[in-house]
Write a protein that binds this ligand. Structure first.
Ligand SMILES: [Zn+2]
Length: 597
């Protein structure tokens, strides 16, 4: 058991609509599996995120509906809070970027960078619509990528090669709003001096040996072409620039991405302020022994392996120009950027604009959260793009969860309940009994090592292999044939139940809802896996109400070790833990999918 401070920094979902299962396979489920495992292992986890609510897509949606950007953000924040809670994602605090606290922390980071000389003002060419004279946001300009030649590159980023772009770099730019060619006019902005961090970022990445190789290679390649990036935008929705002559301006704001990544820090500070110890966040951000793991889909690597580390380095005074830390003191850089690839759907890329999606809320209306969590863990896009199909979802649910794990739980507890009515008292254990228990208790070492390195697919495969060993043991020992030898039958059932207790521990980070049920089926009382809850709070500074996700995770009994079961604990006939899915669901879902696309 260790007692490390571990920050789980989860990518901030953008508040322009409900989340689909592609989103939560990238940032959601992997970050929760990691956090639940680390808490079970005795570490002090702080898992934070929130909705990302600034930027142009929100203002475009607001204009289209004739409502304020805040109304759009409020509505989608609430929807997303519901989606993520339904999946059992155990945030210590899931907040939002429109809090007064977040604005203050974002402004402090900007001022720290300015003090050390890492942001500078420059007049640049910005795009406007010739017909309306209004600023054309980067994302609403499309053209050919100057780096890879991809036709559908956006003004801020090329989704094909992942490079950050400025709209003026695009070949043949056009407005996505009305198809006209944008006009570029002069506008004054603040820039982050990224080239001043080339050496510091390179040195830091050079020490990051444990990252997933694809993520590390991508991050190192980003350093080849560092250019200053505009820290501010011509927009009236976002965080004000904390400088005289700029603060009151209605046409200039901090760029949404530069405030969104500060959210990891501001949410930690908000959590501390709400906990009653406003300085508590420092244990995760300033202790040299603390670790910070950032979870996201691969389209966000640039912001977590380049932009945010550069902001932190500059705030600390750690770039080419030196400097001293801002008023918070020096802040820790990420330990690891844990990025997943993309989840496609029935062979097509998930895209809400093309409506080829399955929303989390629709999924949870018809299926269990743990069935989706299992699919993402065992077949998700950990190292490569992967495809979700309903046929494969059904097959894994039925063959692996129901017939593998669920059946082991069900037949063992049924037999013990029927014959003994309690966890049986074992006699002398045989070699076969001891071998199985050595395997199941020993798996905490092997599976835990994989989870600690975020090799989650290998971890769940190993846990399910151990479940297979327990199933094989039960078939080989055949306690149902031991009517004439109840003493031996009881030893076999005791061994099987202890193996189930161990396997349930191994699977708890992946299947927290099922883990609570199995805990209770084994006669356990109280809470094994704590689930998150939605709490209605008010802004700490301006009093506006909003919902947060939080939870008392330290109160759960789940630990990362074999927990002995107690003979004599009463057992009832179990209800099935997982639901078998009928063949007809595949056709029904494909029909829904075709109608939606
Ligand atoms: Zn490109």
């Amino acid at each position: 058991m260790s007692d490390r401070h571990i920050l789980t920094a989860v990518a901030w979902p953008y508040a322009n609509g409900p989340r689909h299962i592609g989103h939560v396979s990238g940032f959601g489920v992997p970050s929760d599996v990691f956090s639940r495992y680390q808490r079970m292992a005795g570490n002090r986890v702080l898992m934070v995120s929130g909705t990302d609510e600034h930027g142009t897509p929100i203002t475009v949606a607001a204009d289209a509906e004739g409502v304020s950007p805040q109304e759009i953000a409020d509505r989608n924040n609430r929807i997303i809070v519901g989606d993520l809670t339904g999946l059992g994602l155990s945030y210590d605090l899931f907040t939002r970027t429109t809090t007064a606290n977040h604005a203050a922390v974002s402004q402090e980071i900007f001022l720290g960078l300015l003090k050390n000389g890492y942001v500078f003002a420059q007049t640049t060419l910005g795009a406007i619509s010739p017909s309306t004279g209004r600023t054309l946001p980067d994302r609403y300009i499309e053209g050919t990528c100057p780096i890879c030649g991809y036709d559908g590159a956006r003004g801020d980023q090329c989704d094909n090669c992942g490079n950050q772009l400025d709209p003026i770099d695009l070949v043949n730019p056009v407005s996505k709003i009305n198809g006209e060619t944008p006009k570029f006019v002069e506008s004054e902005h603040w820039f982050l001096d990224l080239p001043a961090f080339a050496k510091a970022l390179g040195d830091w990445l050079g020490t990051r040996k444990a990252w997933r190789p694809n993520v590390l290679n991508f991050s190192v390649n980003l350093l080849e072409d560092l250019k200053p990036r505009s820290y501010t935008r011509d927009i009236d929705w976002g965080i004000r620039i904390p400088l005289p002559d700029w603060r009151e301006r209605d046409d200039k704001r901090i760029y949404v991405w530069f405030d969104a990544v500060v959210g990891y820090l501001s949410a930690s500070i908000e959590w501390a302020r709400r906990s009653g110890d406003p300085e508590a966040w420092r244990q995760w951000w300033q202790s040299p022994d603390a670790d910070a793991y950032y979870f996201m889909g691969k389209d966000n690597i640039v912001f977590h392996a380049e932009i945010w580390p550069a902001q932190l380095l500059g705030y600390n005074g750690g770039g080419d120009k030196g400097g001293t830390p801002g008023s918070y003191g020096a802040l820790n850089l990420p330990t690891e950027v844990v990025s997943s690839e993309f989840l496609t759907m029935e062979g097509k890329k998930f895209s809400s604009s093309r409506r080829v999606v399955i929303y989390v809320r629709d999924f949870l209306e018809r299926y269990d959260a743990d069935a989706l969590r299992y699919f993402i863990a065992v077949a998700g896009p950990e190292n490569q793009d992967t495809d979700f199909t309903w046929a494969e979802f059904r097959r894994r649910n039925n063959d692996e969860l129901v017939a593998g794990w669920g059946n082991l739980v069900n037949r063992s507890i049924s037999m013990a309940a029927k014959n003994v009515g309690a966890v049986p008292q074992p006699g002398d254990l045989t070699d076969a009994d001891r071998d199985l228990l050595t395997t199941t208790s020993g798996a905490f070492g092997t599976v835990g090592e994989l989870l600690g390195r975020n090799r989650q697919k290998a971890a769940i495969n190993e846990a399910m292999r151990v479940v297979g060993e327990a199933n094989k043991y039960l078939s080989d020992q055949a306690p149902w044939k031991l009517k004439e030898d109840p003493a031996r039958r009881d030893s076999v059932l005791f061994t099987a139940l202890q193996a189930i207790k161990d396997c349930n521990g191994l699977l708890s980070p992946f299947l927290p809802h099922a883990a609570q049920q199995v805990h209770e089926l084994l006669g356990g009382e109280g809470t094994w896996s704590v689930q998150p809850r939605i709490e209605e709070v008010t802004d700490l500074d301006d009093g506006r109400p909003y919902p947060v996700i939080t939870g008392d995770y330290a109160t759960g009994q789940a630990v990362w070790a074999s927990v002995p079961i107690t003979p004599g604990t009463p057992l009832d006939t179990p209800k099935p833990v997982f639901t078998k899915l009928d063949e007809s669901i595949v056709e029904e879902e494909l029909r829904r999918f075709e109608e939606g696309s």
